[in-house]
Design a protein around this ligand. Structure first.
Ligand SMILES: O=C(O)CCC(=O)C(=O)O
Length: 249
């Protein structure tokens, strides 16, 4: 497993699209475990770990699951050789993985991802890390709400973030504007593809307008061994996250 060829575009653009990262067999196994978790584990978890989207018919769909390592399969998955090799080759140093997250946008749900940089939450100094988002069930496209990146923004520092009121994305860039939107690229991907982005990459996603397709993503993030976590900054983020859990949507 050698992913070194992805390091140059990752460092240049702040993100890289790895097509067909998981084989179909690996994807089938991961998908099965994610569906099991959503159906059997998530219903018993507290409401600060699982966030839902209400449906018009009175039901609800899972839209985010945090700290998935509470389940033995996902605890072990954190040291998956393939994901670890990709992260290590992108960063050029040994890495540590943080607990997986499930990011779903159910069909016709009104949950756009606000523009943000992950380092407002990760607080890595220096910002040597990588977030990876794998398409699980359906394509990430314009209809389902694919990720939108501002290429090169990872070299322009951390922008001011403000409270968003959205559970799971408690902070958003305060002054995201037309110049940012004009630089943006929308990156579509197929199940089994993974998108990897730098902690300072500006990104967002629109709502899922598809009537029948869930835009389900499975995410792992890695910290390079040279990066320290600034605990003062993570405490500030956690306060906003608690506020969003209590009063947000
Ligand atoms: O699921 C999304 O739309 C956004 C996920 C995200 O912000 C991330 O992977 O860093």
């Amino acid at each position: 497993m050698d992913y070194v060829k992805y390091r140059e575009p990752f460092q240049r653009d702040g993100y890289v699209h790895v097509r067909g990262f998981l084989t179909s067999q690996e994807l089938v196994e991961l998908r099965k475990e994610i569906h099991r978790f959503v159906a059997e584990v998530a219903p018993a978890l507290p409401d600060n770990q699982v966030f839902y989207a209400d449906r018009a018919d009175g039901g609800r769909d899972v839209r985010q699951i945090h700290r998935m390592h509470c389940d033995p399969f996902f605890e072990a998955y954190q040291s998956h050789v393939k994901w670890t090799a990709l992260a290590r080759d992108l960063l050029g140093e040994p890495v540590t993985c943080r607990s997986p997250i499930y990011f779903n946008k159910p069909p016709e749900s009104d949950f756009p991802t606000p523009p943000h940089q992950d380092n407002c939450a990760f607080a890595l100094n220096p910002p040597h890390g990588v977030e990876m988002l794998l398409a699980v069930d359906e394509n990430f496209d314009e209809e389902t709400g694919c990720l939108r990146y501002v290429p090169g923004s990872h070299r322009e520092g951390l922008r001011k973030h403000t409270y968003s009121g959205v559970r799971g994305f408690a902070l958003e860039i305060a002054d995201f504007g037309p110049e940012d939107a004009a630089r943006e690229v929308a990156v579509e991907m197929e199940p089994g593809d993974v998108l990897c982005h730098h902690p300072l990459m500006i990104h967002r996603a629109h709502r899922n307008t598809s009537p029948d397709r869930s835009r389900s993503g499975f995410s792992m993030w890695f910290r390079g061994e040279s990066a320290r976590i600034e605990s003062g900054q993570t405490d500030a983020y956690d306060q906003n996250a608690h506020r969003a859990q209590e009063f947000g949507w």
